[in-house]
Design a protein around this ligand. Structure first.
Ligand SMILES: Cc1cc2nc3c(=O)[nH]c(=O)nc-3n(C[C@H](O)[C@H](O)[C@H](O)COP(=O)(O)OP(=O)(O)OC[C@H]3O[C@@H](n4cnc5c(N)ncnc54)[C@H](O)[C@@H]3O)c2cc1C
Length: 482
């Protein structure tokens, strides 16, 4: 058999399973029909969080697991994930004070020992938090974390590849059939490959892939679209806001890429993964959601960027889209060569999901199960204190300038040391393709991170697309084609 495991889907879940499995020494092939993280895993709110809101639907197990993962991930990828303070203005007509206070207390308890500050009420001295807000300034402050979702997905794939996993992007699984001791799969690159086991981590396409495989499962998927908008910075500071809405939903306003604010999200049931398009109605909803709270008012004309993703939620029969569980279900089918399908999940819990997937996969492949990634750093993540390391990086490569050094340090962590080895001045970085993005960086993305198009570079491996300049796409494409 050529491969032990054929994983379909290069989102966070497929890449996390590839990482975990490759650390067992399994021979892994991951196929992704587009780019890594090109669908849901780059379209999230980008929070590593327990999900305060899920306490309302009594999802204590999920919240506890996610909060424990938050702590692990903060130390395993300190360049990609950073602590963030959240301001929660009080809205008595939506939820009474005692309810929010109790929820936050429970959130702290479920987190257990945490490196993040515990929740508290807003004080009069919190002027930076309250100044941008309308009305009276009652409310709460609590902590969670922010993540570069596409790059965390990529970090999983890079670690998997370092342990000999084969990552095939722009490669679709067209069909697969069960044979005597494995699966035979047809790929869009013309190959026919064989694997002992198949993993369906196709996210919103999980059901479509099952159809292709002629397999039926007990679990069903519910597709729920969520959109975000980006506007020029709404407020100063590195903290975020969580804003309760009259329909009981919550909308986040989060600092984004220096000069911007990210606002989201919505919950709209959809029929197909391809329906992930941010509608005018969603843009209006998100503008109104922040206008209820901030003195600075925004309109559709302020929107500089937007994205939409489809949550592949496990269908638990809940009537309202916003209340459908965010927990995941792993279903195995071992009528012949085994198949494992992933329903649901979150960026935050992908590592735990992969660990649980391996608990199921190991006995099916006749290997012993052991935890591999609980205390494992992500590539570039071996950094004790990010601020100290950033200061050293700025001193070591002064020609980068403060802003670019910070951007690159967050994106690559210590992998920057390999990227910039032997480079002592700006000339060594090659041509500036625009916005401080140089030839050296784009070549790194091409050679180490599977970047193939300008979009892969400008919108997923970086967000420099937000500052795009005329001719930049063509210049990036030229370097990619070298
Ligand atoms: C609006 C929104 C906000 C969210 N916010 C958060 C948040 O703040 N924090 C958090 O933890 N989680 C959040 N989530 C959840 C999280 O983003 C998702 O659970 C996660 O990204 C799903 O990852 P996935 O790997 O299952 O799916 P995907 O990322 O969609 O990956 C599946 C991949 O499979 C590929 N594929 C499908 N069929 C085939 C085939 N036949 N051959 C090859 N490849 C195939 C697709 O191209 C796709 O790239 C949010 C989700 C949404 C939509």
């Amino acid at each position: 058999m050529e491969y032990d495991l054929l994983i379909v889907g290069g989102g966070i879940n497929g890449c996390a399973i590839a990482r975990e499995a490759s650390l067992y020494g399994l021979k892994v092939l991951l196929v992704e029909k587009d780019d890594l993280a090109s669908h849901t895993s780059s379209a999230s709110t980008k929070l590593i969080h327990g999900g305060l809101r899920y306490l309302e639907s009594y999802e204590f197990r999920l919240v506890r697991e996610a909060l424990h993962e938050r702590e692990r991930l903060l130390s395993a990828a300190p360049h990609l994930i950073r602590p963030m303070t959240f301001v929660l203005p009080h809205a008595h007509s939506v939820r009474p004070w005692w309810m929010v206070r109790t929820g936050l207390y429970l959130y702290d308890v479920l987190a257990g020992t945490s490196s993040l500050p515990r929740s508290r009420v807003l004080h009069a001295r919190d002027r930076t938090f309250t100044d941008p807000l309308k009305g009276d300034h009652k409310g709460f402050v609590y902590s969670d974390a922010w993540v570069d979702d596409s790059r965390l997905t990529l970090a999983n794939a890079v670690d998997a590849a370092a342990h000999d996993a084969e990552i095939a992007t722009r490669t679709e699984l067209l069909s697969a059939r069960r044979g005597g001791d494995g699966w035979t799969a047809e790929l869009s690159d013309g190959r026919t490959v064989q694997a002992r086991m198949l993993v369906n981590a196709a996210g919103p396409w999980v059901a479509k892939l099952l159809e292709r495989l002629h397999v039926t499962t007990r679990s069903r998927v519910r597709l729920v679209k969520g959109s975000h908008i980006v506007v020029p910075r709404l407020f100063e500071g590195e903290h975020a806001y969580i804003l309760q809405q009259p329909d009981r939903r919550i909308v986040f306003a989060i600092p984004y890429e220096g000069g911007f604010t990210e606002i989201g999200t919505t919950d709209v049931p959809v029929q197909r993964p391809e329906d992930a398009v941010c509608s005018d109605e969603e843009v209006r909803y998100l503008c109104e959601a922040v206008n209820r709270y901030f003195t600075r008012q925004i309109t559709e004309a302020d929107v500089v960027s937007k994205w939409s993703g489809v949550r592949p939620l496990h269908d638990d029969g809940e009537a309202r889209a916003q209340n459908v569980t965010r927990d995941y279900v792993l279903e195995t089918d071992s009528e012949g060569p085994p198949l494992l399908s992933v329903f649901g999940g979150k960026i935050t819990t992908a590592r735990a999901l992969a660990e649980e997937a391996m608990e199921k996969i190991a006995p099916l492949l006749g290997i012993e199960h052991r935890h591999k990634t609980r205390a494992r750093m992500f590539p570039g993540g071996a950094i004790a204190s990010f601020d100290d390391w950033l200061a050293k990086a700025q001193a070591r490569w002064p020609f980068l300038g403060a802003y670019r050094a910070q951007r690159m340090a967050h994106a690559y962590g210590r992998c920057m040391e390999d990227m910039l080895r032997g480079i002592g001045d700006e000339a060594g970085m090659g041509q500036d393709l625009g916005g401080g993005l140089t030839e050296v960086e784009v070549r790194w993305m091409r050679d180490h991170e599977w970047a193939r198009t300008a979009e892969d570079v400008l919108w997923r491996r970086s967000k420099i697309g937000l500052h795009a300049m005329p001719g930049m796409t063509e210049r990036v494409e030229r370097v990619l084609a070298e």
